[in-house]
Design a protein around this ligand. Sequence first.
Ligand code: 6PG
Length: 472
Amino acid sequence: SKAEIGLIGLGTMGSNLALNIAEKGHRIAVYNRTMARTEEFAANAGPLRDMVVPCETIEALAEAIEPPRPVIIMTVAGTPVDEQIALLRRVLSAGDIIIDAGNANFRDTMRRFAELEGSGLTFIGMGVSGGEEGARHGPSIMVGGTEQSYRRIEKVLLDISAKYHGEPCAALMGPNGAGHFVKTIHNGIEYADMQMIAEIYGILRDGVGMAPKEIGEIFARWNEGRLNSYLIEITAKVLAADDPKTGRPMVDMILDRAGQKGTGKWSVIEAQMLGVPATAIEAAVAARVLSSMRDERLAAEKAYGTQTTNQFTGDRQALLADLELALFAGKIAAYAQGFAVMDAASREFSWDIPLPTVAKIWRAGCIIRSQFLGTLAEAFTGEKVANLLMAPAFVEMMKGAHPSLRRVIAGASEAGLPVPALSSALGYFDLYRQGRGTSNLLQAQRDFFGAHGFERVDEPGAFHGPWGSGSL
Ligand code: 6PG
């Protein structure tokens, strides 16, 4: 019989997604640029072999699927996607659906939607999170497209997605680029989460002088509490691991130079375009860039000297309690920023992104999955709040946590330990909750040098200060 769905691109993510689809009872036709890879995939499909239709050409792929044909593209984002779409346009016909499941920039997705308009083909831009494991056994799936096109692939997506207490972690985020936008912000938050965890690790390593295994045990303990999440869980596991080659802690043997593929940067660019502060995400992206400048950092360390180490000598239990709460406070601010960016984009592009649903489908399957997202989903359900920081449950949590964040940042600054994401989170919070800020001075300066005018506290209208006409 014919396949229900097709997939192009049998890299790790594509292969795993294809096996996941096959395992859930959906016959799948697969195609890869090189037939050798397709054959290898089929040969390794094991008991799922019968559910897989290996295709040597793109024509064969189209032929193998029951119309209307949904075809998933799972290749490297960018030009390869456009190439595959061009090929598919030759072999598909009206009513068929092309689904880009890679980490596309949502602006490319919007362009592809526009390009396919009038072709009779339907396009879907779909964010998939959860890494290799997620793709194989249940990712979180963020769909962008029309309601009608979503309904046509919904069954497959709900079947293959992660389940949070039985609830599938796949949903329509909105039309057009909404799915890839939400995935991008997921990754931006992922960057902030990871960076803040690394900063806390840095304090424990360089401020307290703890060994990786000890630090790992702390993270394992934190994973039982309010910080419970996949990223904290794997951090504990990573810190516990030894290098098979040298027998030393694995983390100690890994170069401190982080890679990045662009989604974090896109989050920050889009946040700026929308005029939404996303300072913790921005700091996390900047920290990765600085990490990559290793030679410069080594030279600067020579010029300025190393940080003072093992400065944190006080009450160990009190410090650990502070670090846990500091991370929690930073996390709240970072998520508040990420959700504010999505909210603004939703309005800007008229997507109507369901924020509570975003939080719900992130509870399982994706990289930032956590118990915290359940609380966040509740905060966004019901009466609309301007910012996560204004949801009553979060006001309470933040009140309890920000004093710790302050102490941690103060201590780290004194010791010269970098905490850019945590301190950006605190700076954002402090600005956000300051009723009378200091931008009155900025306005005065702007009026002084550019006659830009200002508003007064005691009367409506536009005014100038007593510093002349504003000319220099
Ligand atoms: C996910 C991840 C994934 C991302 C990697 C790498 O949700 O499964 O976000 O999509 O590609 O995390 O991203 P960087 O290479 O930019 O760190």
